[in-house]
Design a protein around this ligand. Structure first.
Ligand SMILES: Cc1cc2nc3c(=O)[nH]c(=O)nc-3n(C[C@H](O)[C@H](O)[C@H](O)COP(=O)(O)O)c2cc1C
Length: 377
C-alpha cells in the first residue's frame, strides 16, 4: 500500500515527507524531485518568499545507489527562510484573516498566537506533497503514464481553448508565466493579476489536469472509498484554497440529456474497445475507462489581502483589520503543478493496488500480464 505523511511548518527548519510502498528497483535521485519543486515555485503573482526559497530535496532514506530499496523513502526540504527568522522578533498574531484557518484553528487548539496555526495551514506544506508526487510520477513514467496541467482561468480572464496534449502545446504552457495555452489570454491574466496587486486584492482561478495512458480498471466500484473519482477529488480538494473539483463535463452534466453526456463504446482500430468521446473524463463507475483523465480544480482568491478585511482581535475582542502577512496575489499556476503531483500520488497508489509488486520488475510483469489479458479485441 502506498501512503505518506508530511511534517513541517512554513518558517520551521525543514519540511519532511515519508513515502512508503514504492517498489524496489526504481531509479530515483534528488534531481527528480527538484524538477517538480522548481515548477511549483514559478508563476506570475507569487510573493517574495519564492525568491528566498529555492527548494532542494535531500533523499535521506529509502534509496541506495540511485535505486529505491522498498523501505520508506524519507525526503527533507530545508526552509531557507528559517535562518532569517531565527534572529527576528516574531510578533504574536491575534487578528484572524477571513478565509484562512486562523480563527477555527486558534480556538480548536487553544492557542494565544495565531502563528501556531498559520505556520502549518500555509500552502508551504505543499512542497512536501509535491516531493511525494515527484517520486510517484517517476514510478508512473515506467508505465508511460504522464500528467499535465494548465491554467484555464484567472479571475475573469479565461482561456476557452481545448488542448491536444502535444509536445508543442506543453512547451508553451510550461514557458507561460501563468501556465496558459493562449497568448492573448495569458496577457489578460497577467493584467488581471497586476490590477489585483495594485488595488490590494487577490485572485483565484481554474486549472485543468490531464492524465494519459492509464490502463482500464484502476480504482473500483466495489466500495465507496475505493472509487477513483472520489479519491482524486479528495486529493485535489485537500490542496489549500481549492474549493471545487470537476471530472469530465463536471457541473455541466446537471443540465444536459444523457445522449449528450455519456460516451459511446465502439471498437476503434489500433485501440480495441474504446469510447468515441471522453465526456466522462476517463472515469466510469469509480474506475479508469482507458480514456484520458480530465479534471478541473477551482481555486479561491488568496486569503491574505494587503487591503485587509475586517476581523476581531482575539485578545481584546475589538474590531480590527485582519493581519497582513507576506503573501501571494495569485497562486493559480502553482496550484496546477501541485494538482498534478497530488494526482500522481493517487494514481500511483491505484497502480500499486492493481499490480502490486514488491519490486518494479514484478509490478511490470503483473501490468503486462493484465494488459495482454484485457486486450481481447
Ligand atoms: C500554491 C498556493 C499558495 C498559496 N499562497 C498563499 C499566500 O501567500 N497567502 C495566503 O493567505 N494564502 C495562500 N494560499 C491559500 C491558503 O493556504 C488557504 O486559503 C488557507 O490555508 C485556508 O485553507 P482553505 O482555503 O482550503 O480553506 C495558497 C494556496 C496555494 C495552493
Amino acid at each position: 500500500m502506498l501512503r505518506f505523511l508530511t511534517s513541517g511548518e512554513s518558517h520551521g527548519q525543514a519540511l519532511m515527507a515519508i513515502l512508503e510502498g514504492i517498489p524496489s528497483g526504481l531509479e530515483l535521485t534528488a534531481e527528480d524531485i527538484n524538477v517538480e519543486l522548481g515548477r511549483r515555485q514559478v508563476g506570475y503573482g507569487r510573493g517574495q518568499r519564492m525568491q528566498i526559497e529555492k527548494d532542494r530535496a535531500q533523499i535521506i532514506a529509502g534509496v541506495r545507489q540511485r535505486l529505491t530499496i522498498a523501505s520508506p523513502i524519507g525526503v527533507l526540504i530545508e526552509n531557507r527562510d528559517w535562518e532569517n527568522w531565527q534572529n527576528k522578533k516574531v510578533p504574536v498574531v491575534t487578528a484572524p484573516r477571513p478565509g484562512h484557518a486562523d480563527l477555527a484553528g486558534t480556538l480548536k487548539y487553544d492557542f494565544s498566537d495565531i502563528r501556531n496555526v498559520l505556520e502549518r495551514a500555509s500552502a508551504r506544506e505543499t512542497a512536501a506533497r509535491v516531493a511525494v508526487g515527484a517520486i510517484c510520477r517517476k514510478l508512473l513514467r515506467e508505465f508511460n503514464i504522464n500528467i499535465f496541467s494548465r491554467t484555464i482561468r484567472i479571475g475573469k480572464a479565461e482561456d476557452p481553448s481545448t488542448w491536444r496534449l502535444t509536445a508543442k502545446e506543453w512547451a508553451r504552457i510550461e514557458n507561460s508565466p501563468v501556465r496558459c495555452l493562449g497568448r492573448d489570454e495569458e496577457n489578460k491574466m497577467i493584467r488581471m493579476i497586476d490590477q489585483a496587486r495594485a488595488s490590494g486584492d487577490t485572485l483565484g482561478g481554474l486549472v485543468e489536469i490531464a492524465a494519459i495512458n492509464l490502463p482500464i480498471g484502476l480504482g473500483s466500484y466495489i466500495q465507496w472509498d475505493t472509487k477513483l473519482d472520489g479519491r482524486l477529488a479528495q486529493a485535489l480538494m485537500s490542496i489549500q484554497a481549492i474549493k471545487a473539483v470537476e471530472i469530465g463535463l463536471g457541473t455541466k452534466v446537471a443540465s444536459l440529456p444523457g445522449s449528450q453526456v455519456h460516451d459511446e463504446i465502439s471498437l476503434v482500430k489500433g485501440r480495441g474497445l474504446a469510447h468515441t468521446t471522453n465526456r466522462a473524463g476517463g472515469i466510469e463507475g469509480g474506475m479508469t475507462n482507458g480514456e484520458t483523465i480530465i479534471m478541473r480544480a477551482s481555486m479561491k482568491p488568496i486569503a491574505t489581502l494587503t487591503k485587509p478585511l475586517p476581523s476581531v482581535d482575539l485578545k481584546t475582542g475589538k474590531a480590527v483589520k485582519a493581519t497582513v502577512e507576506r503573501s501571494d496575489v495569485c497562486a493559480v499556476p502553482a496550484a496546477g503543478v501541485i494538482a498534478e503531483n497530488v494526482v500522481a500520488f493517487e494514481l500511483a497508489r491505484a497502480m500499486q493496488e492493481k499490480f502490486g509488486g514488491d519490486s518494479l520488475r514484478e509490478m511490470k510483469r503483473n501490468y503486462h500480464g493484465y494488459i495482454a489479458q484485457s486486450s481481447k479485441y
